[in-house]
Write a protein that binds this ligand. Structure first.
Ligand SMILES: NC(=O)c1ccc[n+]([C@@H]2O[C@H](COP(=O)([O-])OP(=O)(O)OC[C@H]3O[C@@H](n4cnc5c(N)ncnc54)[C@H](O)[C@@H]3O)[C@@H](O)[C@H]2O)c1
Length: 295
């Protein structure tokens, strides 16, 4: 089978890979299979792990490309970045000594500079935001601390603003596409999805619309993909993820749960010229669950 959509020569800046089981891994593989040059921008603490998934024989089957493309997934570069920090000065001194942070500017601006070097100032055509974190994900809205709530928004939502601002000079006038990943809990009360994450997702969707306007004059599109529940590493920390997957599968119009590859396929479409008129939107890849009333 030939390439479904051709992204040859496009440069993709992909955040949020920490293993081979999350959405970002599937998206990165699909981007490469469609012809893009993929740079993985990972949390400093997981860089070594991602390096192993990207190179060891043991994980060769995980690197198999979709769409019948030949070869294996092989990122053009791995860049450490903690998206909680915009510049090196924002990183608290104690944290600068932590593993993965030492002698390294792992802020968003540091990651952009590292990207420029690795890509030979190649610019950015596709920016994937697949990052979320709350230290109190299992605490309900009545229990979450102010500190954890604000950190969840900083890492899971504001980071999109910081990344787009820093990337904008590299994305101008080349039809670039930014894609963030949200969740339906932004719109509907989801009791098991705590720690401020529902609010963070609502903020992410709102920010994507605002960024679509402000970056739109540079020809940059900003959209959100909202997947259904899926058992990634982050989702397992929610605790009730298996129950959530089962319940949503039962009441989805397609009567099933979703696969990471379906989210990746939608990201390929949004990255391509076929989606050139789409910006500021939220596209649900959830087997239709969002269309249902709670039962
Ligand atoms: N799994 C689901 O059910 C589900 C459903 C809808 C949306 N999502 C969203 O999809 C996205 C990806 O999540 P996933 O489920 O693939 O899990 P995942 O664990 O594979 O991805 C989350 C990533 O965020 C990264 N991260 C956390 N804090 C960071 C920081 N400070 N700096 C840089 N990176 C940081 C982690 O390293 C990890 O790679 C998230 O935005 C998540 O909210 C997930």
């Amino acid at each position: 089978m030939g390439r479904i959509l051709d992204l040859s020569g496009k440069n993709a800046f992909v955040t949020g890979v920490s293993d081979d089981g999350g959405f970002a891994w599937a998206i990165a593989k699909s981007l490469q299979a469609a012809g893009a040059n993929v740079y993985l921008v990972c949390h400093p603490r997981v860089l070594g792990i991602v390096e192993r998934f990207s190179s060891r024989d043991k994980y060769a089957s995980s690197r198999q490309l979709p769409y019948g493309a030949s070869g294996e997934f092989s990122p053009k570069g791995l860049i450490p970045c903690d998206v909680e920090f915009d510049t090196l000065e924002d990183i608290p001194p104690a944290q600068r000594d932590a593993k993965g942070y030492v002698n390294n500017d792992v802020s968003i601006s540091g990651a952009m500079e590292a990207y420029d070097k690795l890509s030979g100032d190649g610019g950015i055509d596709i920016l994937i935001h697949s990052v979320a974190f709350s230290s109190e994900i299992q605490r309900s809205h009545l229990e979450v601390s102010r500190k954890a709530y604000l950190q969840a928004i900083s890492i899971s939502s504001y980071s999109l603003v910081g990344l787009v601002r820093a990337a904008l000079p590299r994305m101008k006038e080349r039809g670039a596409s930014v894609i963030g990943l949200s969740y339906l809990a932004s719109q509907r009360v989801t009791p098991g999805y705590g720690g401020g994450m529902a609010t963070a997702k609502a903020a992410l969707e709102c920010d994507a619309r605002a960024l679509a306007w402000f970056a739109g004059e540079s020809g940059v599109r900003v959209n959100i993909v909202s997947p259904g529940a899926f058992a990634s590493r982050a989702a397992k920390s929610i605790g009730s993820i298996d129950k959530m997957i089962e319940a949503t599968a039962e009441r989805s119009p397609l009567r099933r749960s979703i696969e990471a590859e379906e989210v990746a396929d939608t990201c390929i479409f949004l990255s391509s010229a076929l989606a050139r008129g789409i910006t500021g939107d939220v596209i649900y890849v959830d087997a239709g669950v969002h269309a249902m009333n709670a039962v």
